[in-house]
Design a protein around this ligand. Structure first.
Ligand code: 9MR
Length: 360
């Protein structure tokens, strides 16, 4: 027998999302009508999920691998590449006519252990440039994160140039960033070359310093004529933590546009850690924060894409906090819940997309 509670829950969700009244448009169609691309990250194993894969194909015009292009996933032994998982994502994209975004060619994290020791011993530039060449020559992509998270996160910078400690910085000094972008351009003259990072949205003094450090990094690259096309703003937001500062974000995006760079929102999701326990309030707060962010991001003509870091809560990483993990708590960061039903975040995105001005 079905419990009263279960019936009430089922009734409530049916009321919230009556099938007949559900918006039939996809996020990709709404975005395309306003001249930008909507996409999402996904992992290769998720494509075997019969609930999820069709949803991804229907909603997204672009796909970015959640980890399959990271070096520890690809080059498991020196010179030995396992492309199987990444190939399956590209095959899915080709079949469903999605374009691809690459993530990521050079990062301080997710490197195979052999690389860390070999780089420290040899300091051979080819350990960076050959990898970039191998990936870019194999896969055609719309854009690629050439370097990810090279700056020390807000509040942590220890060096005058604000660069984050990494194996690449140790091996080659700050020049590793230019080196990576030049190798990328040489390997693929067309793909948009992106510097990707997080920490741009909040209003604290440490975020001010982070925004300035980013502009200094980009200005240096542009002055040296390093080939770079775009800044990737990850957009990991927080519903109950530090809220975004719309005025500062707007001014920063304007600075990026003034430099002739494209803006890509590359990893949008909204953390709902903290706050009240009921999912209705959580979903509301998540949707509201995303809306505040998107209203600013989409008001800038340089913004050419918005990608979410996954489309469904079914595949969101478990919470960091061990107590929540033990309770089996699921974070509600994405536009679809674990049952593949649209959440208020989907509606907020659809609305922000529809409300974008058309820039000519
Ligand atoms: O979501 C990704 C997680 O599953 C991986 O274990 C992790 C390490 O490869 O990377 C996570 O994705 C990160 C992305 O690559 C860069 N920006 C932050 C993302 C986590 O929110």
């Amino acid at each position: 027998m079905i419990s009263r509670r279960a019936m009430l829950t089922a009734g409530a969700s049916a009321l919230a999302f009556p099938a007949s009244a559900q918006d039939m448009r996809s996020l990709k169609a709404i975005a395309a009508a306003k001249g930008f691309v909507f996409g999402s990250a996904a992992a290769s194993y998720e494509l075997k999920d019969g609930d999820f894969a069709p949803l991804l194909a229907r909603e997204a015009a672009q796909l970015v691998p959640e980890y399959e292009m990271k070096r520890d996933a690809l080059e498991t032994k020196p010179g030995f590449y396992d492309f199987a998982a990444l190939d399956s994502l590209f095959a899915f994209a080709a079949k469903n006519r999605l374009s691809m975004r690459g993530h990521t060619l050079c990062w301080y994290y997710a490197n195979p252990p052999w690389l860390v020791s070999m780089l420290a011993a040899k300091r051979d530039e080819k350990l960076l440039t050959s990898h970039i060449q191998t990936v870019l020559r194999r896969y055609p992509m719309d854009s690629v994160d050439v370097v990810n998270e090279a700056l020390a996160p807000p509040g942590t910078a220890a060096r005058a140039d604000s660069l984050r400690p990494s194996l690449w910085l140790d091996a080659f000094g700050p020049g590793y960033i230019d080196m990576a972008f030049h190798a990328a351009r040489a390997a693929d003259p067309k793909v948009k070359l992106v510097y990707n990072d997080w920490g741009f949205e909040q209003g604290a003094a440490e975020n001010d310093r982070f925004r300035s450090a980013t502009l200094r990094l980009l200005d240096g690259m542009l002055k040296r004529k390093t080939p770079i096309d775009a800044l990737g703003i990850q957009g990991h937001l927080s519903a109950f933590g530090n809220r975004i500062d719309q005025r500062k974000l707007r001014a920063f995006l304007q600075e990026i546009r003034d430099r002739g760079l494209i803006i890509l929102i590359t990893e949008l999701d909204v953390d709902d850690t903290g706050g009240p326990h009921d999912s209705v309030s959580r979903d509301r707060a998540v949707a509201d924060e995303a809306r505040r962010f998107l209203d600013v991001a989409l008001d800038n003509p340089a913004t050419q894409a918005v990608l979410t870091w996954n489309l469904s809560d079914r595949y969101v990483d478990p919470p960091d906090e061990w107590k929540l993990k033990l309770l089996g708590w699921r974070l509600r960061k994405t536009p679809y819940n674990a049952q593949m039903r649209r959440k208020p975040l989907w509606n907020a995105m659809a609305q922000a997309f529809s409300d974008r001005r058309i820039f000519y």
